[in-house]
Design a protein around this ligand. Sequence first.
Ligand code: G1P
Ligand code: ZN
Length: 541
Amino acid sequence: MTILRISTQPIEGQKPGTSGLRKKTQVFMQPGYLENFVQSIWNGVGGVAGKVLVLGGDGRHFNTEAAQTILRMAAASGAARVIVGQGGLLSTPAASHLIRKRGADGGIILSASHNPGGIDGDFGVKFNTANGGPAPEGVTARIHEASTRLDHFLMLDSADLPLSEIGQHRLGDTVIEIVDPVSEYATLMESLFDFDAIRALLGTGFTLRFDAMHAVTGPYAREILENRLGAAPGSVRNAVPLPDFGAGHPDPNPVWAKPLFDAMFAADAPDFAAASDGDGDRNMILGRGIYVTPSDSLAVLAANAHLVPGYRDGLKGVARSMPTSRAVDRVAEALGIAAYATPTGWKFFGTLLDAGLATLCGEESAGTGSDHVREKDGLWAVLLWLNILAEWRMPVAAMMADHWARFGRNYYSRHDYEGIDSAVAATLIDDLRGALPAMAGQTVAGLAVEAARDFAYTDPVDGSTAHKQGIEIDFAGGARAVLRLSGTGTEGATLRVYLERFDAQDTGQDPQVALAPVIAATEELAGIAKRTGRTAPDVIT
Ligand code: G1P
Ligand code: ZN
């Protein structure tokens, strides 16, 4: 087989964002687009000759074609071995686990996470390093830099591989090992949780529903929840991964997983429900008649993880992204462990997990995970909840009431304004940044601003820094607003407004009502309606 050296030119905009490079599927399908970026990854990480890589994706449109191309490119550049999920599928946490378990040098995950798929949707490519986690900023910067200097890529002139056939194949001198995407991951879950206790809970008539949203978690959830734990057949819904996710939006939140949400507020609701996203790293948790916000979920999991075999020795520390509510900080304080606040994006948790400073991490965007892998992990969060419920044997709503009675409640909501003009969005943030020095001491819409900052972070392990990570405004009484622009969108700008208010006593209010003063003060400071013409957010979570 010949190695083709194909001339190319740099393509502008191949700059990884919050989580890899995300573009419209049709952009990735343009001749040379994917190839340029993959060669830039190889160049940015010092080549792949002799290296072992993991490859898989969430099954969205172009997944298989992209996998074949990447295999040809890995072989052309001399990779020793590529471990591929059967059919080119791997959930993000399963890919992270495989990289770690097999001691691979890194891996590529094909996904745009919760963004819609299909030919008119989004596609994405993410590089993970040898610890199994998303490449840190230094690495993504080198990849981007390589993309700006690219003049050729290498491609093996070879036929497609049968990705459905488990076993060892060869592509030139490279071994391509096709593995079952589920089994190693399921074994890892069995090692962390008390499957007998969960099985016993399910045996008491406890009912559950899991919505895989036509995305990659379906096969994992079926195997673990139905086959290994004995949940009733059909408990896992929308379990077959589809290239366009059934024309849906595979984002597990009250808006995009509305059918599940509604079902949990109906008279015949199951005891517990959950959903995951396109690539299986997000989770949404619901009980009968209650939605648990991701921030609260993180706090509850932190408070109860010691009940579960994998965390019996307690947590070393917890970490949350800065915009995530401070509910988990209260738990950490009670446990006497450290709580870290990092910039948005899972890549910032990697060093804390590697150094043993944090065991549990979470983001308000439905991401929760632990040191078992280096990605957030949707199904893991569901199993941790089930294992804790198996110990508590009480309804989710009662557990939450109990938690708030003990720690107080951090009312929390995120308001997203999508597809707004990029220049308008940038000016809004710039103007807030400019107003920061004079903000503390002002009273806006009846709320006193105590402090305000442009969030910057110095990694406590490697000293790397990140700046301009969001405008954070502290109001009196533990209320807070954070404003930042999304780094994962592919059209215009998305303004995210994160709202929080602590209440130690009155824990039973509707969050939007409880947050009304913070919403009003934020509007007065940022002028969202005036600048964007939008009077209400597009998505409230
Ligand atoms: C969003 C979430 C962030 C998450 C990322 C990848 O990024 O807000 O927490 O890590 O997706 O799943 P954003 O679009 O806000 O940059
Ligand atoms: Zn995801």
